[in-house]
Ligand binder design. Sequence first.
Ligand code: 5EF
Ligand code: ZN
Length: 263
Amino acid sequence: GTKWSYIGPDGEKTWPQKYPFCGGGFQSPIDLHNNILQYDSTLLPLELIGYNMSTTDQLALTNNGHSVRVGLPPTMYIRNLPFQYTATQLHLHWGNRKKPEGSEHTIHGKHFAAELHIVHYNSDKYPDVTAAMDKSDGFAVLAIFIEIGPFNPSYEKIFSHFQNVKYKGQKAQVPGFNIQELLPKNMNEYYRYEGSLTTPPCYPSVLWTVFRHPVHISEEQLLALETALYCTRFDDPEPLEMVNNFRHIQEFEERLVYVSFHE
Ligand SMILES: NS(=O)(=O)c1c(F)c(F)c(S(=O)(=O)CCO)c(N[C@H]2CCc3ccccc32)c1F
Ligand SMILES: [Zn+2]
């Protein structure tokens, strides 16, 4: 598609020129802070089906120039949302080694080091992702905050392949594993709101679930994420490091964020 980036002449301030929805309402990410939160007792723990993949399954890892993404099979889906949402891909957002605060959502103005997104589309109503992505009930994205802590062997199952997808367009195969290992243990506590894709075309089509508790990866793992990848192709004379690939927080007027937990 047409080019956009997180820095320079095609940076996020210029996105609305080519992608009008990016300048519209219901945009993500947002800052999660007290006076927009409302407890909702109907927010039950999500039921993740098919997340426990077998090691004989192979997942496609791709550097698409904006992030590193893992393709997910249609056998993976979320059940107890208003509709069934089928997984399509997961990807990450991060900062840089001097400023390791690259999450998209923030809590009371605090960035986490990085953020994992697992993207699903409404397979009850739409035949595929493309049909779903510009519909208000089209997507459901799970967001997991990532913080520095102990080494995380589950994230390492993806990170250990970064040297093979350093440049835009490169692909690698990752043996399947239990994708639920990438989520926090406590999945009952989360924020829920209606928002958008955080990259162009920024369609207001996403039901966001942001888990309250972060997962942890080691300093070395975070450094690998922040230094291994490039937005540019291997033969580009002007290599661009893939860093700070997070959108800044968006205005959030007259909207509420529902929480599944009491303070
Ligand atoms: N933060 S986010 O969850 O809003 C989000 C991204 F941040 C992101 F980078 C991508 S992408 O496909 O890797 C690149 C731009 O589309 C997608 N991809 C989505 C949007 C378009 C599309 C089409 C097919 C499958 C997935 C996606 C995305 F939903
Ligand atoms: Zn994302």
